[in-house]
Design a protein around this ligand. Structure first.
Ligand code: G1P
Length: 295
C-alpha cells in the first residue's frame, strides 16, 4: 500500500437525533459497531488507503471522539501487566492509526459548510471526504480505486451505489453517462435528496469523495439548499456542470456497505459484521439461525 500526501476529512458534527437518548451526551460517531466506535472504522479505512493525515470536523459534545484517538498510558500499562496483548494491541491501534487533527464546525450549517471548515488544513491539494454513516467493508477497497481514478483524470470522484428507487430520497442522486473503456461513469448532474419521481437515476452518493481544492471556492458561495443547509452535493453539481473544469466522475460500488445512519440499519450492520468475524461468528451464526426460526 502506498502512502499518500492526500489528507482525509471526516465530518462528525451532526447532532445524531435519530439515536436519542443514546446520543444525548455521546456523539453518534462513538456508538459501538460490535466493539469499535463507528468512526474508528472510517479512520481505519482511510489509513488502509494510505492516508495518514486526518481532520475530523467536530461539533458540540464531541470530546469523546478526540479522547478516543488519544493514547491511554495507564490502561496500556495495566493490559501489559496482565499479559493481555490482544486487547493491548486493539487499544493502541486507535491512537496509532494516523495523525489526527480536529476542527470545530461552529454552527451546524450542513455538510458543505462542515467540509469548508477543512480549507486551511487541507490547503491546495485534493483531499478525501469520508462520511461516518457509511461503513465500507475492508475487504472491498473503494477509496483506493477512487484515488487512482482521481490521479488518472484529475476529476472530483464520488462513490455511487444503486439503491432501491424509493430510497433515493435519502441520498444525493447522480445523472451519469458511460465513459468508453472505463468502469467509472461521468457524472452529468447531481440532486440532493430528490423525490423518487424527480430523481435522475437510482445511483446514490454514498459517503466517499475525492475532491479538488477548487471545491472550497464553490462552497464559499453555495447558498443553503435542501433542508436549509449548505449542501456538498450542490457544490459538486457546479463542478459537474462546468465545461472547462475537470468534472465529476463516479465509481460505482458493488461491494459490502453498512449503513449506520438509522437505527434498523445500524442493528443490521452490527449483526452482519459480527457474524462475519472469526472470533464472534462461530458462536453467533447458529444462534441467529435458531432465532430466525422462532420469528
Ligand atoms: C449526505 C449527503 C448525501 C449523501 C449521503 C450519504 O446526506 O448530503 O448526498 O447521499 O450523505 O450517506 P446525509 O445522510 O448526511 O443527510
Amino acid at each position: 500500500m502506498r502512502d499518500h500526501k492526500m489528507k482525509a476529512v471526516i465530518p462528525a458534527a451532526g447532532l445524531g437525533t435519530r439515536f436519542l437518548p443514546a446520543t444525548k451526551a455521546m456523539p453518534k460517531e462513538m456508538l459501538p459497531v460490535v466493539d469499535k466506535p463507528a468512526i474508528q472504522y472510517v479512520v481505519e479505512e482511510a489509513a488502509d488507503a494510505g492516508i495518514h493525515d486526518i481532520l475530523i470536523i467536530i461539533g458540540r459534545n464531541k470530546n469523546a471522539i478526540s479522547n478516543h484517538f488519544d493514547a491511554v498510558p495507564e490502561l496500556e500499562v495495566k493490559l501489559l501487566e496482565k499479559g493481555d496483548t490482544g486487547r493491548l494491541e486493539r487499544v493502541m491501534k486507535s491512537s496509532d492509526l494516523a495523525d489526527i487533527h480536529f476542527v470545530r464546525q461552529g454552527e451546524p450549517k450542513g455538510l458543505g459548510h462542515a467540509v469548508l471548515r477543512a480549507r486551511s488544513h487541507v490547503g491546495d491539494n485534493s483531499f478525501a471526504v469520508l462520511l461516518g454513516d457509511d461503513l465500507i467493508d475492508e475487504r472491498d477497497p473503494l477509496l483506493t480505486t477512487m484515488i487512482e481514478e482521481h490521479e488518472r483524470t484529475g476529476a472530483a470522484v464520488i462513490a455511487l451505489m444503486e439503491v432501491d428507487p424509493a430510497s433515493i430520497q435519502m441520498y444525493g442522486a447522480a445523472a451519469v453517462e458511460a465513459i468508453e473503456g472505463s468502469d467509472a461513469v461521468r457524472v452529468t448532474g447531481l440532486v440532493e435528496k430528490p423525490a423518487p419521481e424527480d430523481a435522475p437515476s437510482n445511483l446514490a452518493i454514498i459517503g466517499r469523495y475525492i475532491l479538488p481544492a477548487s471545491v472550497f471556492e464553490i462552497l464559499e458561495r453555495t447558498e443553503p439548499g435542501k433542508g436549509g443547509e449548505i449542501q456538498l452535493t450542490d457544490a459538486l453539481q457546479e463542478l459537474a456542470a462546468d465545461p472547462d473544469g475537470p468534472g465529476v466522475v463516479g465509481v460505482v460500488f458493488r461491494g459490502r456497505r453498512y449503513d449506520t445512519g438509522d437505527r434498523v440499519d445500524y442493528i443490521k450492520a452490527i449483526v452482519q459484521l459480527a457474524s462475519d468475524r472469526e472470533d464472534l461468528g462461530p458462536e453467533l451464526r447458529p444462534w441467529l439461525k435458531e432465532f430466525a426460526e422462532r420469528l
